[in-house]
Design a protein around this ligand. Structure first.
Ligand SMILES: [Zn+2]
Length: 245
């Protein structure tokens, strides 16, 4: 019984993390060499998603736009609608034109299939029409660091800690991760590049909303009706940019 529950939990976890991974583990249970069958099944489903998904996979490598880590690609989290893919590519091209050498890093997009399946911890990333982008950072001397973020996956290196704008005692996906902050390298935000990217996104007629924490937007000199606060129950947006169609 415990083994069945363990496998069910693993299938659920793999599905929540990667969408197709749970199917690969469920299929592997019918074989003796489970890990090998899982690896083959996972790879086959991953490759099949590239051709079968109605969404566009963002580039895992290259410039001026790529995923922050190949892990996002390996986990199927880099799919967006063709329109959003073209918004992201245009913004990255504009950044590379106005600030030569700039590499724009994408974080979570959506899974390859289905509308309405959220990508934890982002409840809204469920239809390919939302994408997170990393901030740009500099070294201690203020020189831009191409392709680098402060935290290993681009998330959770918060710029505005403290004070905290939201009450702490409620059910929330607004994780502050105070323990993590002192462990992250000291890489100042490249405010000029980050503000320019947010301006490009807000100026694109195809973009509906850009989420940035309001004090951060104010400190970057940004004001545009499309630049909004996501509310206290959603993830913080002073560590990355979220935009949607
Ligand atoms: Zn987002």
């Amino acid at each position: 019984m415990i083994r069945i529950l363990g496998h069910a939990a693993l299938i659920l976890l793999l599905t929540l993390l990667t969408q197709t991974g749970g199917i690969a583990w469920a299929a592997a249970l019918f074989f003796r060499r489970r890990l090998m069958v899982f690896a083959i099944g996972y790879t086959a489903l991953w490759a099949a998603a590239y051709s079968l998904s109605p969404r566009t996979p963002l580039p895992c490598f290259g410039a001026p736009l790529r995923l922050q880590s190949a892990l996002y690609c390996a986990l199927n989290r880099h799919y967006v609608t063709p329109e959003l893919a073209s918004v992201a590519a245009d913004a990255a091209r504009q950044m590379a034109a106005s600030h030569p050498g700039t590499i724009t890093l994408a974080l979570d997009g959506s899974f390859p299939f289905l509308n309405g399946m959220p990508m934890i911890p982002h409840l809204s990333h469920d239809d390919g029409e939302k994408l997170d982008l990393a901030f740009y950072y500099t070294d201690a001397q203020g020189a831009y660091l191409p392709g680098k973020t402060r935290s290993p996956l681009g998330y959770f290196a918060f710029e505005m800690m403290p004070p905290e704008a939201c009450p702490q005692n409620m059910l929330t996906l607004r994780w502050n991760l105070g323990w993590l902050q002192p462990l992250l390298p000291d890489r100042p935000l490249d405010g000029q590049r980050t503000a320019a990217l947010i301006r490009h996104l807000a100026a694109d007629a195809r973009v509906g909303k850009v989420f940035v924490e309001p004090p951060l937007a104010a400190s970057l000199g940004l004001s545009d009706p499309k630049i909004r606060f996501q509310g206290c129950r959603a993830a913080r947006h002073d560590d990355h940019i979220h935009f949607q169609l």
